[in-house]
Ligand binder design. Structure first.
Ligand code: FAD
Length: 417
């Protein structure tokens, strides 16, 4: 059989791979900066993806990209904070009590709907989004490139671009094609989750925040209520935790997990599932480099740490915003120092969250959250980190997160003595 004929598509300044939050924000910012842009997306939308709890900081990126009004009009559940619960202990963070200037609320979203809105808004602004089109090969010639894509009907096409933004999330297109993947320094973790009809929600102080329930050391549960009465409930922990009860179907095992923790047992016993349980694991991967001649990586392609602080979509939209803006400036002929203008600031946010992820899993953050007399100013400073304001150098819990957390723990322990 002959190979399918190749069609040369129209050339673009900036080719964006992936129509998730990172890719759509990146594309919108590049277009705003005057570049011609095209998105290629492997799936047909709406498609399921995890990452349902947003942080206030991502609202700035969504606003600049021109997406905010459409998301608002959809009526997603508003999120004003995050509540942590360990047995009978509670620690409630209300984003309006943070020290940051900026947003004090955001949304809890069904990502299939949320991502579809962003992609539709990108299209409305004049950016072509080619769905069911997967990138298979990229050849660089300096900063120029030719990308080979395959559509779901088997057609192979080539796209010439002056710059590529890889926002392919878990697809990790450029790191895979060019062998840039590197293991993360975080231990592997696993998640088992589903969407449930939350009939007993009215008995709880919700739905305008998420709840994180500590289960046992290193294992925790997310409870993310949506505006339609459905709630996302997921268990995260070391893979060995999930191997303790290997019998039965995935649904049996998921129901067993709900039974295994007093808070979820009471609220979700015999609950109806509206999305069958799913399993995800091994998500913490990073890459040797965030950019190269002719490309930059954004969102999950750079590094996804851990779901505990809902940092994923915020890091994805903020890095997409920065990449799109810089790419447009480069297309206009301005020299861009990608290390200084993209990598360093992106890494500041990632490293701040990393310090909190580490402190969560070694138990020290729980000591802070459930301390008897929390100092209001310190709680406000940590609250701003949890709102995603992880670039605010005026906040000591951002500037030197490890040191600030260690000092606070030391004080709490000496007070306890
Ligand atoms: C268990 C778990 C829970 C999480 N919970 C949260 C949470 O509560 N809040 C939060 O903010 N984050 C959360 N995250 C993280 C979140 O899922 C991601 O950080 C976020 O989706 C990243 O957005 P993105 O745009 O970078 O990638 P994605 O949303 O993954 O979008 C990438 C797109 O690229 C497309 N693509 C892939 N390969 C190709 C290809 N070859 N060609 C063309 N297109 C391609 C994909 O189809 C996809 O649509 C969670 C992650 C995990 C693992």
């Amino acid at each position: 059989m002959n190979a399918p004929a190749k069609t040369l598509l129209k050339e673009v300044d900036v080719l964006v791979i992936g129509a998730g939050p990172s890719g759509t924000v990146a594309a919108a910012m590049a277009k705003k900066g005057g570049a011609s842009v095209q998105i290629v997306e492997k799936e047909e939308f709406p498609r399921f993806v995890i990452g349902e709890s947003l942080l206030p900081r991502c609202m700035e990126a969504l606003k600049d990209a021109g997406f905010l009004e459409a998301v608002e009009a959809h009526g997603f559940q508003k999120k004003f904070g995050a509540k942590f619960q360990r047995g009978g202990d509670l620690c409630d963070f209300n984003f309006s009590e943070g020290i940051h200037e900026g947003w004090s609320w955001t949304w809890q979203v069904q990502r299939a709907e949320f991502d579809q809105i962003l992609a539709r808004e990108a299209e409305k602004s004049g950016i072509p989004v080619h769905f069911k089109t997967a990138v298979e090969k990229i050849e660089f010639n300096g900063t120029d490139s030719v990308t080979t894509v395959r559509t779901s009907s088997g057609e192979v096409e080539e796209i010439r671009a002056r710059f590529i933004i890889d926002s392919s999330g878990y697809g990790r297109v450029i790191p895979r094609l060019f062998k840039l993947d590197r293991p993360s320094n975080l231990p592997p973790r696993k998640a088992v989750f589903a969407h449930v009809k939350d009939e007993r929600r009215a008995n709880y102080d919700e739905p305008n925040r998420i709840t994180i329930v500590s289960h046992e050391k290193g294992v925790w549960v997310w409870i993310i209520p949506f505006s339609n009465g459905v709630t996302s409930v997921g268990f995260v922990g070391d893979p060995s935790f999930f191997e303790r009860n290997p019998e039965g179907s995935l649904e049996d095992r998921y129901r067993g997990l709900l039974e295994s923790e007093p808070n979820t047992r009471e609220r979700f016993r015999d609950i109806e599932l509206v999305l069958e349980p799913r399993v995800l694991e091994g998500w913490s991967v990073t890459t040797d480099r965030f950019f190269g001649e002719g490309f930059v990586l954004t969102g999950n392609v750079t590094e996804f740490l851990d779901p505990i602080f809902s940092s994923g979509v915020t890091l994805a939209t903020v890095s997409g915003h920065r990449a799109g803006t810089l790419a447009a400036r480069q297309i206009k002929g301005e020299p861009i120092d990608w290390q200084k203008e993209f990598v360093v600031p992106t890494q500041v946010g990632v490293d701040t969250f990393r310090a909190y992820v580490m402190a969560w899993y070694d138990g020290s953050l729980e000591e802070i959250f459930y301390a008897e007399n929390p100092e209001p100013l310190l709680k406000s400073q940590i609250c701003s980190v949890l709102a995603g304001y992880v670039w605010d150098q005026g906040n000591p819990f951002v500037r030197r997160p490890d040191r600030a957390l260690r000092a606070l723990i030391g004080r709490i322990r000496s007070e306890a003595v």
